[in-house]
Design a protein around this ligand. Structure first.
Ligand code: NIG
Ligand code: FE
Length: 406
């Protein structure tokens, strides 16, 4: 047991309690406490309020001497950050006009990262995850989902999950593992055969080992078309896995499956039309926009404004990966999505905090409220709107994980 610690005074604290999970949000819906204090104990928030309402003698003090805007620790609900090698070659081909889909069909793209990842040592992969996770932590991201998907073989996918488990024990940020063995179909299999193989050989091992309780699949015409993906999703659901889907990136179909199977989230959605938007709004599935993939591929953004106006939720994640989304900067990407899709600061903040927590099924973070995890960061600013106004250039100056400054 540690002594409670009072942190402050905080120029503006954006707490986000009691905000709706779905639908459009205006900035005046935000709870902003000026000159705030936040009390933490044993990794959790135990009190929040105006700084001068706390008796400073009752606490160990962490005094902030400069202006600060404090927000909940951000949550990146979609990354592929366990990979080795570079895809700068692909990127140049794309900027010269070749399509992502054509590169993949020719055996490059994801397959290229699969070869490079298969050749890498466990040590190198573990280090890569830790370096990327600590870069995210410095940017104020305290929870990071990490997908496999560049192992492709059952044994290699399990190995990647074991490396993520090792990295989890060492990283300061929380890492949430997801198995994306169904990323693309290895050449020696037909797609339905490969998914049947994963169902028989991989899912039972995952269940026993506890290496991941989330299953993802790339539902796409040249990866796993909806009809092919359905039995795999049904099997994973039956075994009790949480589901998430790479949906509607180039062609539609994935979001409908996400709704059908009650997935936690449907991610990408760049190609979603009014029908898919209405479906997502009618369900509890969290749509996840991945502006980094739109920027990396030079294609349209997820229809974030339409989703929110239709009454759907909206999380925003980086999709950090070597191919479509190499940047990995959540703040820059959220700010740009906001500028193009006309999103309020409240919608952007919700998208990278509590709505992203919901996409991962995590109920203990993403808001600053009593009982929540004491994960937050402080920007050297005086007004919360300046976070996105600076378009990601201004990063947090201080980050706290479980109540400790990192
Ligand atoms: O989310 N679309 C499928 N998978 C990743 C990209 C992976 C890659 O290009 O290496 C994505 O964009
Ligand atoms: Fe992805």
């Amino acid at each position: 047991m540690t002594h409670p610690k009072l942190i402050g005074p905080i120029t503006q604290l954006v707490a986000l309690p009691d905000m709706p999970l779905k639908g459009a949000l205006a900035n005046d819906q935000l709870t902003i406490i000026s000159q705030a204090g936040i009390v933490v104990k044993d990794g959790l928030i135990v009190a929040i309020g105006p700084y001068d309402t706390f008796n400073t003698e009752d606490y160990q003090l962490e005094v902030l001497t400069e202006d600060s805007v404090v927000i909940p620790g951000m949550i990146d609900a979609h990354t592929h950050l366990i990979w080795a090698g570079s895809r700068a070659g692909d990127y140049s081909l794309r900027t010269e006009g070749k399509s992502y889909q054509d590169i993949l069909a020719a055996g490059g793209g994801i397959f290229d990262s699969v070869s490079k990842t298969q050749e890498a040592t466990s040590e190198e992969l573990r280090k890569n995850v830790l370096i990327r996770a600590s870069r995210h932590l410095r940017d104020g991201i305290t929870t990071i989902e990490v997908k496999t998907g560049y192992g492709l073989e059952v044994a290699k996918e399990l190995e990647l999950l074991k490396i993520i488990r090792q990295a989890r024990a060492e990283a300061v940020a929380d890492l949430v593992p997801t198995c994306l063995a169904a990323h693309v179909c290895p050449k020696r299999f037909a797609p339905e055969e490969f998914l049947a193989h994963l169902e028989a050989e991989l899912l039972p091992k995952l269940l026993v080992s506890g290496l991941a309780n989330r299953i993802d699949i790339f539902v796409e015409e040249n990866a796993f078309p909806p009809a092919v993906a359905r039995p795999y999703l049904a099997a994973a659901k039956k075994l009790g896995f949480d589901l998430t889907i790479h949906a509607d990136q180039f062609t539609v179909g994935g979001s409908e499956l996400a709704v059908e199977f009650g997935a936690r989230s449907a991610d990408h959605l760049e190609a979603s039309q009014d029908r898919e938007i209405a479906l997502l709004a009618s369900a509890d599935v969290i749509p996840v926009a991945l502006p980094g993939a739109s920027l990396g591929l030079g294609m349209q953004f997820t229809p974030a404004r339409k989703l929110l106006d239709a009454g759907a939720s909206l999380a925003i994640a980086t999709d950090w990966n070597p191919g479509s989304a190499p940047m990995g900067d959540l703040l820059v990407q959220a700010a740009l999505l906001g500028a193009y899709e006309k999103l309020s600061a409240a919608e952007l903040l919700a998208g990278v905090t509590y709505r992203a927590a919901a996409a991962l099924g995590l109920a203990d973070r993403g808001r600053l409220a009593v009982g929540e995890r004491a994960d937050f960061s402080a920007f050297p600013l005086t007004d919360f709107r300046e976070i996105f106004y600076n378009q990601g250039k201004v990063k947090p100056e201080m980050v706290w994980k479980a109540g400790n400054k990192v």
